[in-house]
Ligand binder design. Structure first.
Ligand SMILES: [Zn+2]
Ligand SMILES: [Zn+2]
Length: 349
């Protein structure tokens, strides 16, 4: 892509790269929208989908009723306690009065007061029995409260058990849903990656290369950036295994490409000078010369040394002499820079 040396061509190529990136960014936006909308094809599960509904609603109903009972019992207990303490206060006050009266009577020893003694004792007994009855009410309310509390605790325990079972089922379902969503995304992005690989192998040099490269970038982005967060983790196994597989594939491709390049280079260096010159593109040769390497074998050559006419590594002719004016000139130049005569054997390209 960097072989273009003409100024306008360079700018055109730069513009086309911009087109490639813009094309890729729009494709990425479109792909991202599609991928984002994918979870909507799946139901959004909650605990309620897996809980044993009849049992759960029964337990919830029990909890509600017992809560109500407990609150009522609590209120009634407070009332009963108040009544009991009033009754006790009455009883204590009456006993004090009675004791005082009794002390007075013993001092005076009046027999006509005996009926009053009986009446007062009777009154005291009544107060005592009222106090005992109030205490019985308090105890009854305490019993009701305790029953309600225990029933509520039991129902809550049942509900917790039901919820725990449901949570396990929900976790299993969510895991398999996660895997399904990942597989949807994979079936969308993997073919894109395949197409991108085919385009890279076959079409990257075609006239329509900006679109080809735009699509390749889009596919790479969709696969490695947008798919990666949805990779199920399974404790990191999937991530690392996928990483290893991809690294092996990329590494294998690079090694094969390197060997193929070396093989091609070896074959090219074995060809006669004229044919090698034809194989080389004009712009490729100029670009390599500008980098101070031999256009034939890409090894460094001192081009400023006028004594060097041939590459010391591969033997390709670097400088020759014009057929018309005999000026020393680059063997890759199409015309003599001194007299403008066409080179004898022009380089291909
Ligand atoms: Zn060379
Ligand atoms: Zn010349």
């Amino acid at each position: 892509m960097s072989k273009a040396l003409r100024l306008s061509e360079k700018w055109f190529r730069f513009g086309l790269w911009v087109v490639a990136f813009v094309f890729a960014s729009f494709l990425i936006g479109l792909g991202g929208t599609v991928v984002r909308n994918l979870p909507k094809v799946e139901h959004n599960y909650t605990l309620e989908d897996f809980i044993d509904q009849p049992a759960a609603s029964q337990a919830r109903g029990t909890i509600k009723t017992t809560q109500k009972t407990r609150q009522d019992a609590q209120e009634r207990l407070e009332q009963a306690r108040l009544k009991h303490s009033t009754a006790r206060a009455n009883s204590v006050a009456a006993r004090e009065t009675f004791n005082n009266w009794l002390a007075t009577r013993q001092a005076t020893r009046r027999a006509d007061q005996d009926p009053e003694l009986i009446a007062r004792t009777q009154e005291l007994d009544d107060l005592k029995s009222a106090e005992r009855k109030a205490l019985g009410d308090v105890e009854a309310q305490q019993q009701t409260l305790l029953d309600a509390q225990q029933a509520e605790a039991r129902a809550q325990g049942q509900l917790r058990e039901l919820e725990q079972t449901a949570a396990e089922k929900l976790a299993t379902e969510l895991r398999s849903q996660e895997l399904r969503v990942f597989l949807y995304r994979l079936t969308l992005t993997l073919p894109l990656l395949g197409i991108a690989g085919w385009l890279f192998a076959k079409k990257r040099q075609s006239t329509w290369w900006p679109f080809v490269w735009g699509f390749i970038y889009f596919a790479l982005f969709a696969f490695f950036v947008e798919l990666a967060p949805y990779l199920p983790s399974y404790g990191g196994y999937v991530r690392y295994v996928v990483g290893i597989v991809i690294t092996v594939l990329v590494g294998r491709y690079a090694i094969v490409a390197l060997n193929r390049y070396l093989e091609r280079q070896k074959q090219a260096e074995a060809l006669p000078d004229v044919e090698r010159r034809k194989e080389l593109g004009y712009d490729t040769a100029l670009a390599r010369l500008a980098k101070k390497v031999c256009p034939g074998c890409e090894r460094p050559v001192d081009l400023t040394n006028t004594a060097i006419d041939y590459c010391p590594h591969c033997g390709i002719c670097l400088f020759d002499h014009c057929g018309k004016c005999n000026e020393r000139k680059s063997a890759f130049a199409r015309f003599c820079h001194a007299c403008g005569a066409a080179a004898r054997e022009s380089a291909a390209g």
